[in-house]
Design a protein around this ligand. Structure first.
Ligand SMILES: Nc1ncnc2c1ncn2[C@@H]1O[C@H](COP(=O)(O)OP(=O)(O)OP(=O)(O)O)[C@@H](O)[C@H]1O
Ligand SMILES: [Mg+2]
Length: 151
């Protein structure tokens, strides 16, 4: 992804905020799909975006707010040049080592139910992924995807 995509001017924006209940994962996924419809994504692009968002929101639910219910915020933007920017933010436990967490198969799940592939999926299904985190303060994942604007 080039610098233009990162700095591109916002053309449309929507914010959503909801508690970290698992029922809200599917709702968030559908809301993002509805928002990015204005960029005329292909079925494949839409599936990739929904999957990436689903991974990020699930991480907020199961990791950030492991023992509690907290607030998850989505900031959705359409930017100049057909860039979709999706920010998923929590104020949960934070990630001590972001570089390690982004590695394939890295998981802190004690039960062995998780595969440690969420960040890998988010990164491979988008053009760029940015992760900022502070222990005790929370995590912000930003996903950038360029839709070629067939419409
Ligand atoms: N929002 C978050 N808050 C706190 N920790 C997180 C957050 N997102 C990810 N992590 C940490 O990063 C690790 C890697 O996340 P990733 O999504 O790649 O794998 P996973 O959630 O463990 O497994 P999978 O996504 O395959 O079910 C997690 O195990 C967790 O320790
Ligand atoms: Mg995950």
């Amino acid at each position: 992804m080039n610098k233009r995509g990162l700095a591109a001017k916002t053309q449309n924006e929507m914010k959503l905020s909801f508690p970290s209940l698992s029922v809200n994962e599917g709702i968030a996924r559908s809301a993002v799909a509805a928002f990015c419809a204005q960029l005329n994504p292909t079925i494949d692009e839409l599936a990739d975006i929904k999957c990436a968002v689903s991974e990020a929101v699930t991480n907020c639910i199961v990791h950030a707010y492991r023992d509690c219910i907290g607030v998850i915020t989505l900031d959705l933007r359409v930017c100049e040049g057909g860039w979709l920017k999706i920010e998923i933010k929590d104020k949960g436990c934070g990630i001590p080592d972001v570089a390690a967490a982004r590695e394939p198969l890295y998981t802190t799940d004690p039960g062995g139910e998780r595969s440690g592939m969420g960040f890998v999926v988010m990164e491979s299904f988008t053009d760029r992924m940015r992760v900022k985190s502070k222990v005790g303060a929370g995590t912000t994942v930003t996903l950038f995807k360029r839709l070629d604007g067939r419409g």
